[in-house]
Design a binder for this molecule. Structure first.
Ligand code: HQG
Length: 181
C-alpha cells in the first residue's frame, strides 16, 4: 500500500471511527471499538480494498498514531477526536504547566469572549508542543498558537486527560487561563 493510499485510508478511518460509522456500514461499541472484520469489509465496499496486513500498516505507520487495536487484535478504535458519544475511559492525569492550542486567527475574537469550547468534538484538544499546535492551527486557516495555563487549571480542580497518542483533552478552557500572542 503506497503512502498516498495510506493517507486516504487513514482519513476514511478517522471519519468512520470518530464521527460516522455508517460511512462504512459498521457500528462502534460504547468504548469506540469496531470489529476489524467488519471494518475491512466496510473499507472494501465503501472506500478502498484493504487487507488485514495493510490495515495494520496504516495503524502502525500513522503519523499521529490516531488508531489502536485491542489486545487480541479483533477490534480497532480511534484514540481521540470523536464527535460520537463514546467513552474511552481516559484516566485523569496531571498536565504540564503549559499546553498549547493551535487555531485560526479568525476565531480569536470569539475565543477571547468564550474561551476554548469543544465545538463538535467531545473535548477541547491541546498539544504538548508549540510546533504541533501550529500544525493543528494551519488546518483551519492563518494559524495562531495560544498558551493554556494547564497547571493552574488542574490545581483549581479541572480534570485533564491524555489520549494514547499524547494529545491532551479537557472539557473547556475559560479565557482567564489563555495566553494570547
Ligand atoms: C475553535 C486533529 C470560536 C478551535 C488535530 C478549533 C487535533 C472556537 C475549532 C484534533 C472556540 C474546532 C482537534 C470559540 C474553539 N469560538 N472558535 N469559543 N473554541 N474554537 O477540528 O483542536 O489530525 O474540532 O480553536 O490535530 O482543531 O484529525 O478541533 O479551531 O488533535 O487526528 O474551533 O483533530 O487531529 O476544530 O482539532 P476541531 P482542533 P487529526
Amino acid at each position: 500500500i503506497s503512502k498516498t493510499e495510506q493517507v486516504r485510508v487513514s482519513k476514511f478511518l478517522s471519519l468512520v471511527l470518530r464521527h460516522q460509522p455508517d460511512a462504512a456500514g459498521v457500528t462502534l461499541d460504547e468504548a469506540g471499538w469496531c470489529a476489524v472484520d467488519a471494518l475491512l469489509q466496510g473499507c472494501t465496499s465503501h472506500c478502498y480494498e484493504i487487507s488485514r496486513d495493510d490495515l495494520a500498516r496504516v495503524v502502525e505507520q500513522n503519523d499521529k498514531k490516531r488508531f489502536q487495536f485491542s489486545e487480541d487484535g479483533a477490534r480497532i478504535r480511534a484514540v481521540q477526536g470523536h464527535s460520537l458519544d463514546v467513552d474511552l475511559d481516559y484516566q485523569a492525569q496531571t498536565p504540564p504547566e503549559v499546553l498549547y492550542h493551535g487555531t485560526a486567527t479568525r476565531f480569536l475574537d470569539s475565543i477571547k469572549q468564550q474561551g476554548l469550547l469543544k465545538m463538535s468534538r467531545q473535548f477541547v484538544h491541546l498539544s504538548a508542543t508549540h510546533e504541533t499546535a501550529l500544525k493543528v492551527g494551519e488546518r483551519h486557516g492563518k494559524p495562531v498558537v495560544l498558551g493554556v495555563r494547564a497547571g493552574e487549571m488542574h490545581r483549581s480542580g479541572t480534570p485533564f486527560y491524555r489520549a494514547a497518542n499524547g494529545v491532551w483533552l479537557v472539557d473547556a478552557v475559560p479565557p482567564v487561563y489563555l495566553r494570547f500572542p
